[in-house]
Design a binder for this molecule. Sequence first.
Ligand code: GBH
Length: 488
Amino acid sequence: DRTRDDFRPGTFPDGFIWSTATASYQIEGAWNVDGKGESIWDRFSHTPGKVDRGDTGDVACDSHNKYREDVQLMKAMGLKYYRFSLSWPRIFPDGTVAGGVNQAGVDYYNNVIDELLANGITPMVTLYHWDLPQALQDRYGGWVNEEIVEHYDNYATFAFQTFGDRVKYWLTFNEPMVLCSLGYTSGEHAPGIHDPTSVSGLSCGHTLLKAHARAWHTYNTTFRQLQGGKVGIALSLLWAEPRDPDLPADVSATDRAMQMINGWFAQPIFGDGDYPNVIKETVQKLKSQLTEVPEFTDEDKSLIHGSADFLGVNHYSSRITSDKPIDIQTQSVFESFQMTTAPEWPRGQSDWLFAVPWGLRRLLKYIKEHYGDPDVYITENGWSDGDVQPPVMEDTGRICYYMTYIDEVLKAIEEDQVKVRAYTAWSFMDNFEWTRGYTERFGLHYVNFTDSNRPRTPKQSASFYKDVIANNGFPKGAEVTRIVQDMW
Ligand code: GBH
């Protein structure tokens, strides 16, 4: 049974960061209020058939109005850090500096940041969590076009300049792999481009890596000395376990999967500065269909390599991987492996979400060994329940998930010497779960989306996490450790 490993109580290193996260489109609402421009997620969710039940982020958790209440709930949990994202079109309605800054949007984020700090909570800000200004999509086709690197850098510069006196932790992008593959290959996410050739997805990734590096260098040369903050990127990293560790074909299929899914963005930034071989091979095959080939010059590589002060890890689940023979002439390396799950793995509400706590420890060790032993901030980890009546307030599934995953983080720190500095629970509250709308709930707080006041109520997991934060882990004798051992 590889579901669980032993639970080992213990405490985290002093100064360990405990946080929770949200993202602008998923919580703010106020999509067309106070001068905000339209984003690609506004356009996408307003297009019939794109999101379950026709749900939209028009109101979402109404955090544009209710951020003070959110901060009080955070304070009640003893949270000292909070990760949230800025909506680019709330600040620059058409995405460009030339188009003008929206002062009301700037005021809103100043208020959020000040409210957090006044309550002893340190902000961690994601610059881009998927809500591109629609105007940049219309004008350039979005991330497939390198013209937008300049606009992203201008936006990032403005954010550093305006908020960087108070914000010391930045993430340039949330999950480039997800945004490029779901937004530009499968089309399940905004902007909804369906291109099974992978050409658009690969170009998206290429632009994004350049934009990321540009923003990091901007911070490094212009703001670091004055502001003293850190800039990283949040990558969605999966753990792939070979179906048969003694079968070389499965082991190499697993290696290909890890390269494709994790290495696409991790290797250029944290590895040798270039794409993994599987990506390069795919690019070679597609060359005839490409107008601009996603290959890095030596200059690109040296700009991208090392362009992060820490690695943000969004991790949720694992897969068992086996070899799948392909026809080299007609099929791509993307199809050369197969991923499954084990029947004993507990399932969340999201169809992709299986609890495999030991996968996180193995992933962290892999990061240490393959990506230069960086400082690691776990920027997301969490569990979904359904939108059921009565709502799941005694959310033992979520508590089990958190306690087992957090315990594996502790093992990675103590036994594998991985430099994990932060753990972030996704999410502070139930919110707009992209294509799934409000049908999947990841929150430590329940949000009633049928009530126009969007009341929030702490779930049992919120008090569990509060105890973890207060105890800096699971010290022997503490109440939280007893809960854990009872559930075990
Ligand atoms: C994150 O995405 C987002 O950053 C956040 O906004 C979102 O609300 C949260 O997670 C919960 O979904 O496991 O091989 O089947 C994570 C999105 C979706 C990425 C599923 C990996 C499936 C790949 N994940 N996806 S696999």
